[in-house]
Design a binder for this molecule. Structure first.
Ligand code: B12
Ligand code: SF4
Length: 570
């Protein structure tokens, strides 16, 4: 049998491609032409017997950002392979693994076609991987897809090395291309262009991929789910601004799949919908679904736009147990001019009202995002926005550095605002007309230390002291920037600091650089120390401060970090 020929002469009778539907009816999987430029006509394929499955014919793979993350996109491709599904396998790696070990593992499976998901976090090691694979197995057909190769593919080394690239949502198109390459239907392989643009698939016709989360995924990984695709907004730094229109998966089928996940013991759901609160009836139905099935440990994460929280949504949200919901809220900037410049629409008054409401009347853990380095935003403007946001009380503020994602229209500001980006992934901004390289470095450290000390929830009693009444003139942003600068001066790195060392560093800074009485600092720090699970006497605690305070109770539903925040805030 040739590697690319049709092997239909070796099949056991009674081995059919297809599946039994939920109501027990035999369904033949059709390669759907929707959105695939190869233009196969919609046709009925009779349930012909297929060859004995060769699981290695097609291998789907990717390098995830960490083991914890599952490749959701690949599972869609696998679920929608139709007749080819028994001849395919999915294997995941992560970017911390060695490229040669990954190559070995792939070659062991001896695939004919290798489909790789390419993202900003894996483009570099995957380029290396393909170079190795192609040397060892020049006949291996490599098909790429994913956001990093879906835009500006020209000139990318990884694209040069690969055989084909399918841009966009390839759920159905990948099956079509594999069918062609394997000579399905026609008996001989047929040519496929190097770059194909998959159109938007009809979500109602997609097989949902949730059964492809296996027991190990359920036990150890984030379970990604989506009820819709696309975003109606046009923020110029974001790839999703190109994903218009918004499309919904049929709600009943989606909720049925969520029920099966719950039945299999999934407790933590992460919705990747760009804006969960866009379509009110759907948002309400999904929230109601989870509320009715609430159980200890159930935790659901949504991304939403902050200025839309109508009363009906609020009523439902308020009923969720503390720590069972997490909202990721993209603010990005609070500077109106910058917002307008990057085509981002946001009603500030409503946003502020909603964030306050969430803080005061719900048990939602709010994770808010800000971006450093947007065109025209200087350090003062960023700091003011940061302080305003902090005052609204989100449990976490993630400070991200602007990235020049391939395909995004943010490049139109390059000349006017002196935008200079790194040529290497993740293409972070290096300097702008109003933020020089050293200042951006300072803000990057601020972001990393903020994550370690504030977002970790470990110092929630002590940190506010840095910008409290003891330092009335100092904004939280300035006070924490001073701490971050001080750590840098001492040569402290932004990662790999032991917890006890973090306590020492904060103690040292607070005592030396603020006017807060040592006893007050020690009391606050000791509260944080005990809450972090320690019961030994820390080096900075002295007899004169008396006994160490006792610990606080935790929040049942939330993961550890979120629980630390929420046990403090109510
Ligand atoms: C989950 C996620 C992560 C996870 C990682 C997941 C993992 N598996 O490792 C985490 C949280 C770590 C993460 C981090 C980041 N992420 Co992220 N993330 C996402 C998110 C929310 C969901 C991805 C997903 O599952 N989507 C749903 C599936 C169905 O879509 P899909 O993955 O795109 O797959 C489809 C197509 O791409 C294609 N496809 C995919 N694989 C393949 C393979 C083949 C062979 C083919 C033919 C086609 C194909 O078909 C699929 C089905 O339609 C997306 C936004 C979004 N909603 O998509 C951003 C997104 C992927 N992330 C993005 C970015 C920028 C980042 C960060 C840089 C953010 C930051 N901090 O600034 C970091 C980088 C991390 C790092 N270490 O460097 C960008 C991608 C940019 C790019 N060019 O890759 C996105 C699109 C967000 C955005 N709108 O800008 N992210
Ligand atoms: S930042 Fe959020 S609202 Fe703006 S385009 Fe991206 S996903 Fe949509």
């Amino acid at each position: 049998m040739s590697r690319t020929g049709n092997s239909s002469d070796t099949f056991p009778i009674r081995r059919f491609e297809g599946r039994i539907s939920r109501n027990g009816v035999w369904v033949v999987d059709l390669p759907m032409p929707m959105g695939c430029p190869l233009g196969f006509p919609a046709r009925l394929v009779p349930p012909v017997p297929r060859p004995l499955a060769m699981p290695q014919d097609i291998l789907l793979s990717t390098l995830n950002a960490r083991y914890l993350h599952a490749a959701f996109g690949l599972r869609y491709l696998m679920a929608n392979l139709g007749q080819l599904r028994p001849r395919a396998a999915l294997v995941e790696f992560d970017i911390n693994q060695s490229v040669s070990e990954i190559a070995e593992s792939i070659l062991e499976r001896n695939p004919r076609i290798l489909g790789l998901g390419i993202y900003i976090w894996n483009v570099r090691p995957t380029t290396e991987l393909i170079a190795i694979l192609k040397r060892l197995r020049p006949d291996l057909v490599v098909i790429l897809g994913g956001p990093e190769v879906s835009h500006e593919p020209e000139g990318q080394e990884i694209v040069t090395l690969a055989d084909h690239v399918i841009t966009g949502e390839a759920d159905l198109c990948f099956a079509e291309v594999c069918g062609r390459l394997l000579g399905e239907a026609s008996g001989a392989p047929r040519p496929v262009p190097k770059i194909l643009h998959a159109g938007l698939p009809d979500l109602a016709r997609l097989e949902l991929p949730y059964d492809l989360y296996d027991e190990r995924d359920i036990a150890h990984r984030v379970i990604y789910v989506e009820a819709s695709r696309g975003c109606p907004f046009t923020c110029e730094f974001c790839l999703s601004s190109l994903d218009i229109p918004v499309r919904q998966f049929p709600l009943d089928r989606f909720l049925g799949a969520m029920q099966r996940l719950l039945d299999r013991g999934v407790l933590r759901f992460k919705f990747v919908d760009r804006t969960f609160n866009l379509h009110l009836p759907t948002s309400l139905a999904i929230l109601r679904f989870f509320l009715e099935r609430m159980r200890p440990g159930l935790f659901v994460h949504f991304e939403l736009v902050p200025d839309r929280l109508p009363e009906a949504l609020r009523e439902l949200i308020a009923q969720f147990p503390r720590g069972s919901l997490q909202f990721e809220v993209g603010l990005q900037t609070l500077n109106l001019e910058v917002e307008e410049r990057i085509s981002r629409r946001q009603n500030h008054a409503r946003m502020e009202d909603n964030l306050r409401w969430l803080r005061d009347h719900s048990g939602v853990h709010v994770h808010a995002d800000l971006i450093v380095g947007l065109p025209g935003e200087d350090i003062e403007s960023f700091g003011e926005g940061f302080d305003r946001l902090l005052a609204l009380g989100p449990q976490e503020i993630q400070v991200g550095i602007l990235k020049r994602l391939r395909g995004t229209p943010i490049v139109r500001h390059d000349v006017e605002w002196g935008m200079v980006y790194s040529p290497n992934p993740p293409y972070e901004v290096l300097q702008t007309r109003v933020l020089d390289f050293p200042t951006l470095g300072r803000l990057k450290r601020f972001a990393a230390f903020w994550d370690l000390f504030a977002n970790s929830g470990r110092f929630s009693t002590t940190l506010p002291l840095l910008w409290s009444a003891a330092n009335p003139q100092s904004s939280a942003f300035k006070a924490f920037l001073a701490f971050s600068d001080e750590l840098h001066r001492q040569g402290v790195k932004t990662s790999g600091i032991a917890l006890t060392r973090q306590f020492e560093l904060l103690w040292d800074h607070a005592v030396r650089c603020t006017r807060i009485p040592p006893g007050v600092i020690a009391e606050a720090l000791a509260t944080d120390y005990v809450r972090s699970g320690r019961n030994d006497r820390p080096s900075w605690w002295s007899e004169e401060f008396g006994r160490l305070p006792s610990g606080r109770s935790s929040v049942a539903s939330a993961p550890a970090r979120q629980a630390r925040h929420l046990s403090e805030t109510r």
